[in-house]
Write a protein of this length. Sequence first.
Lengths: 118, 118
Amino acid sequence: MTAATKSSGRALPHPEFGEIRLEAVLHALSDPMRLRIVRELALCERELACSYFELPVTKSTTTHHFRVLRESGVIRQCYRGTAKMSGLRRDDLDALFPGLLDGVLRAAARQAERLDGA
Amino acid sequence: MTAATKSSGRALPHPEFGEIRLEAVLHALSDPMRLRIVRELALCERELACSYFELPVTKSTTTHHFRVLRESGVIRQCYRGTAKMSGLRRDDLDALFPGLLDGVLRAAARQAERLDGA
DNA sequence: CCCATTGTACGAGAACCCTCGTAGTTTGAC
DNA sequence: GTCAAACTACGAGGGTTCTCGTACAATGGG
């Protein structure tokens, strides 16, 4: 079994490039938990396992948020062993909506500074 | 009665500058009808009456969307005669989240071009 | 083969959101 | 004062979302 088939045991539907909708992206980013996930992904600049995130919700809920992010086109996911890796779809988002993701990330950082204390 | 008191017959609560939350702004912008309103407001660069917008929903629904925009801090509203005028809170938004609004507007324009035909 | 790890599926409850219709309020014009 | 215009308030219906708990599936290690 090749590495490719090995990682495709479970299906992970993603929207294609042209199917990504701004409204869906904004909605995905408008949830505090998901915005937090996206910020951590942007900070690390690499794919992270779901278990990396220590969110104050159960695992089922975490799964739900990752699915919303994936189905809106914000992140890309794949299985690697028992872990599910997630990474930002920076390339696609930047091509579709230049500056949008960075604008949101800067805004989020700024707000965090302002609220959580600089 | 002065002009100021004349226009303050009805209450229009706005969040203060420091109360505006990124999540609320993103959520407000994630609805197609509201994004459309915001785009028109940005195009005209001045305050517009609700009746200016010809949205494919009833007036009650329109009122609802304008309230969501106002309560999230995206627009500012005031009464002028029987009309309710709405304008973008560009100054506050740009100060809080530099580049965010422009990023969203550019993304929306781009998507409209892509979908509705250039 | 068995097991621990990691994440999924399903269902359910509570909350929220978008939409509408109807009835009402405020304002300015006559 | 009366009337039309513009918008609001309220309530309701239908859909979606967020959250959870429990039970289940896939993978890799010993």
